[in-house]
Write a protein that binds this ligand. Structure first.
Ligand code: ADP
Ligand code: MG
Length: 250
């Protein structure tokens, strides 16, 4: 199901919103703390949203609720049935090759061998790993492993791609490369992306919209109206950075 089709059959709401979180609260069972408090956000079709904030502020919890891996205690969530998720570690199965890792969820969904192979080839090519498709995860660099993780999430063709600090274990040069890959894929596929990041710079490089969280609450949403590719030296880049720092320190 494409993002656009999904929007057509939902009635009574803004047709271009793909994800709508309304007044979400999350208290984990057995916990006294509120992990996420009165959190609301809308993400439009094809938009790139970054969630940032200090460790423990509830970013992953929000992402897991969008993924359907956690339920909110209160509040409502509208989202497509199918979402793709990319994890920090890549979460590849070590005994499977690159192409088998990408194909795995497709066979799990019951697709035919032919269809699964087509989709696997398409997305392995998209992340430029065609030459590596018979390699095992242990034979790949950190960046390559993350590209397999992205290909696997894309292969089920979900309208929404969710990423939880996907590049935080990579060196700075590889991280820059991964940003270019992700922006290229985003442009080619038109996916709606929600990504958790611990880096303000990464959020400004990638996102249309940055949601700043602190202690479970949404502090501010910033629209990053800068042309891509974005450079950290640009005056406007620095202005956004200052704005985020101010918000996080207030
Ligand atoms: P972030 O991703 O911003 O670092 P998390 O969403 O992981 O933050 O965590 C938010 C809060 O919820 C933290 O206080 C964390 O300890 C708590 N938390 C996260 N996952 C669980 C869980 N499965 N059970 C209980 N508490 C949790
Ligand atoms: Mg987290």
């Amino acid at each position: 199901m494409s993002g656009k089709n999904y929007c057509i059959w939902r009635k009574g709401i803004n047709l271009t919103d793909v994800i709508i979180l309304k007044n979400i609260n999350k208290v984990y069972p057995g916990s006294k703390e509120t992990a996420v408090s009165d959190f609301s956000v809308e993400v439009k079709d094809g938009e790139f949203l970054c969630l940032i904030g200090p460790s423990g502020c509830g970013k992953s919890t929000v992402l897991k609720m969008i993924a359907g891996l956690e339920k909110p205690t209160n509040g409502s969530i509208e989202k497509p049935l199918s979402v793709g998720m990319v994890f920090q570690s890549g979460a590849l199965l070590p005994w499977l090759t690159v192409e088998e890792n990408v194909a795995f969820p497709l066979y799990a969904k019951g697709l035919s061998k032919e269809k699964a192979e087509d989709l696997t080839n398409k997305y392995v090519q998209m992340v430029n790993l065609g030459e590596y498709k018979l390699k095992y995860p242990r034979e790949l660099s950190g960046g390559q492993k993350q590209r397999v993780g992205i290909a696997r999430a894309l292969a089920v063709e979900p309208p929404v791609l969710l990423l939880d600090e996907p590049f935080s274990a990579l060196d700075p040069i590889t991280t820059d490369e991964m940003h270019s890959y992700l922006l290229k894929i985003w442009k080619e596929t038109g996916k709606t992306i929600v990504m958790v990041s611990h880096s303000m710079e990464e959020a400004i490089i990638l996102a249309d919209k940055i949601a700043i969280m602190k202690e479970g609450k949404l502090k501010k949403i910033i629209d990053v109206e800068l042309k891509r590719p974005r450079q950290e030296e640009e005056k406007n880049f620095i202005t956004f950075l200052e704005e985020i720092k101010l918000e996080l320190n207030s």
